[in-house]
Design a protein around this ligand. Structure first.
Ligand SMILES: [Zn+2]
Length: 84
């Protein structure tokens, strides 16, 4: 079964990976990044929500940064290299 994500192929979307076990993994990713995979993570056996969760999509990097700054108590979050 496939799930329809309501996302256009050309949309440039941003997601925040909030990992509370490994702080250095707290990064912003683009939806197309293989690590992000539109907020579903890598294709491997995983227990979703055990170490972290994907938050998004956000239409802009600024909106994603605003969310983190306003609602999550974290030091500044770096974008993943996929965002360059
Ligand atoms: Zn990435």
């Amino acid at each position: 079964m496939e799930v329809y994500l309501n996302i256009q192929q050309q949309e440039n979307l941003f997601y925040f990976y909030h990992n509370w076990k490994a702080g250095k993994k707290n990064k912003i990713h683009k939806g197309h990044c293989p690590q992000c995979n539109f907020g579903t993570g890598k294709r491997e056996k995983q227990t979703r929500g055990l170490n972290g969760v994907w938050i998004g999509p956000f239409s802009t990097l600024d909106l994603c940064n605003d969310y983190i700054a306003d609602r999550i108590n974290l030091p500044p979050v770096e974008p993943h290299k996929c965002c360059n």
